[in-house]
Design a protein around this ligand. Structure first.
Ligand SMILES: Cc1cc2nc3c(=O)[nH]c(=O)nc-3n(C[C@H](O)[C@H](O)[C@H](O)COP(=O)(O)OP(=O)(O)OC[C@H]3O[C@@H](n4cnc5c(N)ncnc54)[C@H](O)[C@@H]3O)c2cc1C
Length: 196
């Protein structure tokens, strides 16, 4: 039985791992399909405190992992198929490792960006194609951009994303080209987005 298990090795999972390892909670960290999380898919990260010149995403995540390992966090790779939270200790079914049992559990499974699947898209991630408006809007100040948004207009209003053909805080013009099939609400209903 583990004192603590963390699912996910993005910034949140590894931050938890550093704290728990230092608190002698001997965490087991399960990496899943994307070791290091989403930041390993990007180039320069400019908004993490402590890096005035920026740092490459994969390097940042490798450093976080080293820091967690230094304090004794243990790592396993595997997909967590299910978690039983109905009683303690918690039970996890993990591909390749069977059932793992933990007194406490931190779920840091993050998210993954939805791509459109259009030609050249993946090749240009970090070179003009971005999946994070808050992270990368700064790089596109004064530029024309096209946004494709899988979100309801209400959600978009609360974020920094530009609405169709409206000037945002960063860009001079925006064209929203969200395909309706991407515009699903959390409840799975399809809605037409403002600009589609
Ligand atoms: C291209 C790109 C560029 C970005 N640039 C920036 C930036 O410059 N600045 C910034 O602040 N943010 C940026 N972001 C956003 C940032 O990456 C995320 O906010 C951050 O990674 C979220 O961290 P997280 O720990 O919550 O989860 P994630 O990084 O999403 O990690 C999730 C982890 O959970 C694991 N996992 C998921 N499901 C399972 C399962 N069932 N079993 C086992 N493991 C599982 C995955 O393998 C992964 O390790 C960018 C994102 C992308 C895609």
């Amino acid at each position: 039985m583990y004192k603590s298990i963390i699912i996910g090795t993005g910034p949140s999972g590894l931050t938890a791992a550093i704290y728990l390892a230092r608190a002698n909670m001997k965490p087991l960290v399960i990496e899943g399909p994307e070791p290091g999380g989403q930041l390993t898919t990007t180039t320069e990260v400019e908004n993490f405190p402590g890096f005035p010149e920026g740092i490459m995403g994969p390097e940042l995540m490798a450093n976080m992992r080293k820091q967690a390992e230094r304090f004794g966090a243990e790592f396993k790779t595997g997909w967590v198929n299910s978690v039983d939270l109905s009683e303690r200790p918690f039970k996890l079914q993990v591909e390749g490792h069977g059932e793992l049992v933990a007194e406490s559990l931190i779920i840091s499974t993050g998210a993954s960006a939805k791509y459109l699947g259009i030609p050249g898209e993946k090749d240009n991630v970090g070179r003009g194609v971005s999946t994070c408006a808050t992270c990368d809007g700064f790089f596109f100040r004064g530029k024309k951009l096209s946004s494709s948004v899988a979100a309801t207009p209400r959600w978009r209003k609360r974020t920094s994303l530009p609405a169709s053909r409206r000037t945002s805080r960063w860009c001079t013009a925006a064209m929203n080209c969200a395909p309706p099939k991407l515009c699903r609400t959390a409840r799975g209903r399809t809605r037409k987005s403002a600009g589609s």
